[in-house]
Design a protein around this ligand. Structure first.
Ligand code: BES
Ligand code: MN
Ligand code: ZN
Length: 524
């Protein structure tokens, strides 16, 4: 775990591997004479940058004079061993224009700083550049979350793998002596959030021969044990974290034909995992339920995917991973909320037993579905889990799924699709997304899209028989099974992982879900 401290003076005297200071770009149309107090180069000094400038008799302005650094957003320059500063490096971080400095800029700058930082200890002066609408607690939490996650490597299976260097110590500079306790708590929150993201990322990056439904279940058990091991005294007296699992037999008894159908073609057993944190003062208080799609590999079933797009389908359990990690985060921070993760897990493979296009299955809520495409499997297993969520009487329910390629076509790879019929919940999630720099965009569902899901022999079909509006059609399908509470569906097919040669899990939409829970906990 990273050690965090708050320092209230003399940044230049801290013994550390790096001291980071920020500089804004010169305001537009003012490139000759900068607004900077040092009056040198086209950049605007923050207070800490000026302190370093003065302590080093001009080390910063000498960099600016070369023109190599202008304070543009994302620019990084490292000064080694400057006289007058005890840290072994000073990292100059470009912040971009001051009036454009928002949550996204704050996150991007901290990712760049983390990527550039060598060594294991760092001094941050990020209170010099907090976006206007945010406070120091937000800044401390966000900086730590972003930086520690950036330092998370893809788990390596290379024979020559070496552990990646980590940030072991972070010093947070603040002039607000009275806020020390609050800031330490915020830094700790950032560490916990980064840890949850690591858990989700590691599950996502794991190859599908290791990340099976059973592995997902064992992970939930390990997370529960880790939380329980850390509970002391009164806290430990009542079971605050629980894991339950429904296996094939249980699913059969409960009539969960959707989850069973998806897993039918595989030799591994489908499961429904329920991982919960009971943190509310009242154990019976309505929980927040997060349902995550846990298809540990989506070959497409008998509607086999083309070879090129198949390897990415190891990430098709990212929703489930996010849901499990979210509960771990809630538990680690002892949030005063009841939070339940429901993770339906299965492998979608072709075989002699596999679900056939044209099969009609009966779902947990006893509706019948004509399965026209075995590759539209996510909605089948989510539908049963959503129906199951109803039994928990949720205060709110959010499902997270790498559900449709159509959502990627519509929104690209930086924005997740948000489908929600409650304007309050839409507002909460949109606000959390902004705070977390984990963007979403509201999308339509229901209404006329229902026409596309009509079957002449069953209650629903699982795919519309035309190629348009795939993301909205899928959301409309889920809506038929959603619990009677404020419900939202997040389609993260484009955002949960990157693609190409360096493809890896991003742990999204965990940042937004975590900010949402923190905001809810604040209100509780
Ligand atoms: N897991 C896929 C969706 C997906 C596609 C995720 C691309 C990430 C990247 C999902 O199960 C799927 O196969 N959806 C089909 C639905 C179609 C058959 C109606 C799709 O999007 O093509
Ligand atoms: Mn599929
Ligand atoms: Zn899928």
């Amino acid at each position: 775990m990273t050690r965090c401290e708050v320092l209230t003076q003399n940044i230049c005297e801290v013994d550390a591997d790096a001291l980071v200071v920020g500089l804004f770009a010169a305001p537009q149309g003012d490139s000759r004479e900068s607004g900077g107090q040092a009056g040198n180069g086209a950049a605007v000094y923050t207070a800490s940058a000026l302190e370093v400038e003065n302590a080093t008799s001009g080390a910063v302005s000498r960099v600016l004079a070369t023109g190599d650094f202008t304070g543009a957003r994302g620019e990084i320059v490292v000064i080694y061993g400057p006289e007058g500063v005890k840290a072994r490096r000073v990292i100059l971080a470009g912040l971009g224009a001051i009036d454009a400095f928002n949550e996204e800029a704050f996150a991007e700058v901290h990712r760049k700083i983390a990527a550039a930082a060598r060594g294991s200890s760092i001094v941050l002066t990020s209170e010099d550049f907090i976006p206007e609408t945010r406070d120091a607690r937000w800044a401390a939490r966000t900086a730590l979350r972003v930086m520690l996650f950036e330092k998370t490597p893809v788990k390596s299976f290379k024979s020559s793998a070496r552990p990646a260097p980590q940030l072991e110590s972070v010093v947070w500079f603040s002039e607000d002596e009275a806020a020390r306790g609050e800031l330490l708590a915020a830094l700790e929150e950032g560490c916990v959030c980064a840890e949850a993201m690591r858990i989700a990322k590691n599950l996502g990056d794991l190859p599908p021969n290791e990340c099976t439904p059973q592995h997902m279940y064992e992970t939930a058990c390990r997370l529960r044990d880790a939380v329980e091991g850390a509970l002391t005294g009164e806290e430990a007296a009542r079971p605050a974290v629980t894991v339950e699992v429904m296996r094939r037999e249980d699913l059969e008894k409960a009539g969960m034909g959707g989850i069973l159908a998806v897993g039918r073609g595989s030799d591994v057993e489908p499961l429904l995992i329920e991982f919960s944190w009971w943190g509310a003062a009242d154990r019976a208080a309505a929980p927040i339920v997060v349902v995550g799609k846990g298809v540990t590999f989506d070959a497409g079933g008998l509607n086999l995917k083309p070879g090129r797009s198949m390897p990415e389908m190891k990430y098709d359990m990212s929703g489930a991973a996010a849901a499990l990690a979210l509960v771990k985060m809630a538990a680690d921070l002892r949030l005063p909320l009841n939070v339940v993760a429901l993770a339906p897990c299965a492998e979608n493979l072709p075989s002699g037993r596999a679900l056939k296009p044209a099969d009609i299955i009966r779902m947990g809520n006893s509706m019948t579905v004509e399965v026209l495409n075995a590759d539209a499997e996510g909605r089948l297993l989510l539908a049963d889990a959503l129906y199951r969520a109803q039994r928990l009487n949720p205060a709110a329910c959010v499902d997270v799924a790498t559900l449709t390629g159509a959502c990627v076509v519509a929104l690209g790879t930086n924005i997740s699709g948000l489908f929600c019929s409650s304007s309050e919940l839409t507002a909460e999630l949109t606000a959390a997304a902004e705070s977390a720099d984990d963007p979403v965009w509201p999308m339509p569902m229901g209404g006329r899209y229902r026409e596309l899901l009509k079957s002449n022999c069953a209650d629903l079909v699982n795919t519309g028989n035309q190629p348009h509006s795939g993301a909205s059609t899928a959301a409309t399908f889920l809506q038929a099974f959603a619990p009677k509470c404020p419900w939202a569906h997040l389609d993260v097919a484009g955002t949960a992982n990157t693609t190409g040669a360096d493809r890896q899990s991003t742990a999204r939409p965990l940042p937004l879900l975590m900010e949402w829970l923190l905001a809810r906990a604040q209100r509780a």
